[in-house]
Write a protein that binds this ligand. Structure first.
Ligand code: UDP
Ligand code: MG
Length: 316
């Protein structure tokens, strides 16, 4: 019998878990010719998420949980999930039911047809502000322009991954992760599904603009060095212009002499060059920071506890 792991990263999700568990049970009930694992990664929740998981585990052996030592963020929580999953395939699901479990049977159908990565693409984004939709659209098109690897738009982490993909993702141990880009990067046989994303069932979003902004920069700097290339090209263009201008100025002074003045043009050139230099120093700093973080070579996360049976399986 094939085994399917449902991976759920959970951070302060005590309100959503009962709904989620009920939905998952009914999906698993409808597909009883598979073995199931509901793998919860408790990402340092400050509420009763862990206690709830322990209770669920006590009553249902399909539930496994890994409790991380602190909040590492969803990207790292997913990495922990890749490490601990035991299924022949895995489905990544948000705890807040924004990813409808009703889609799981269809995903599994495509998997059985031989696809390795069945990802769900959002048709609509209910409950999201105009601003979030707009910035997200802009961001994806900028990111896509900078890299030759196809980025899947409007696609979250809700997807089915074959064991092949899980093994591939486990090998990517970057600590500053942009998992969405990795899904594209590893390749394999992909299949798209469309769905309508619902608003969260309970609790509040763990994202804010600051976190999103960080993830966006992560996405670009972990995925492409195009900004560095742009910096070089811009540098060449700007210095060519500056050089020409300098030449013209010298020549003009030699021929007609110099009545001084020229304060505005001087200011303009100085501000322009200063701005460009700061911008590109910043870009280089971004990449330097990434190198710094990766060379420390720390483990991506620490586990505080896992449920008993899971532990025994690991030791085998
Ligand atoms: N999450 C997590 N660690 C975090 C933040 C979020 O594991 O630091 C989980 C969260 O519990 C949920 C999923 O990631 O299962 C998506 O989070 P959220 O719903 O807040 O994001 P949104 O749907 O607004 O993008
Ligand atoms: Mg959500």
């Amino acid at each position: 019998m094939k085994k399917i792991t449902i991976l759920i990263p959970a951070y302060n999700e005590e309100e959503s878990l009962p709904f989620l568990y009920e939905k998952l049970s009914s999906v698993a009930f409808g597909l009883s010719n598979y073995e199931w694992e509901f793998l919860f990664i408790n990402d340092g929740s400050k509420d009763n998420t862990l206690e709830q998981l322990q209770n669920l585990r006590a009553n249902d052996k399909r539930v496994n949980y890994v409790d991380l030592s602190r909040n590492f963020g969803k990207e790292i929580a997913m990495l922990a999930g890749f490490d601990f999953a035991t299924g022949d395939c895995m489905i990544i699901l948000d705890a807040d039911l924004q990813d409808p479990p009703e889609l799981i049977p269809t995903m599994i159908k495509y998997w059985e047809e031989g696809y390795d990565d069945v990802y769900a693409k959002r048709r609509t984004r209910e409950g999201e502000s105009f601003m979030k939709k707009f910035t997200s659209k802009l961001y994806y098109s900028v990111l896509q322009k900078m890299t030759s690897i196809p980025i899947q738009r409007d696609t979250g982490d809700f997807r089915l991954l074959d064991r092949k993909c899980i093994e591939a993702l486990k090998q990517i141990r970057e600590s500053q992760r942009y998992t969405k880009g990795m899904f594209s990067w590893i390749g394999f046989n992909k299949k798209e599904l469309l769905f309508d994303r619902a608003p969260r069932v309970a609790g509040t979003t763990k994202w804010n603009y600051w976190k999103l902004c960080n993830l966006a920069i992560e996405g670009i700097t972990s995925f492409t060095i195009t900004p560095l290339r742009v910096a070089s090209v811009m540098g060449i263009i700007v210095s060519l212009i500056a050089f020409t201008y300098m030449f013209v100025t010298v020549l003009r002074t030699l021929i007609w002499g110099n009545p001084v003045a020229g304060y505005p043009s001087l200011m303009a050139v100085m501000l322009f060059l200063g701005g460009i230099q700061l911008l590109f120093l910043g870009i280089q700093g971004e990449y330097l920071g990434r190198i710094f973080n990766e060379t420390k070579n720390r483990p991506a996360y620490f586990v505080a506890s896992i449920n008993k049976e899971k532990e025994e399986n690991l030791n085998k």
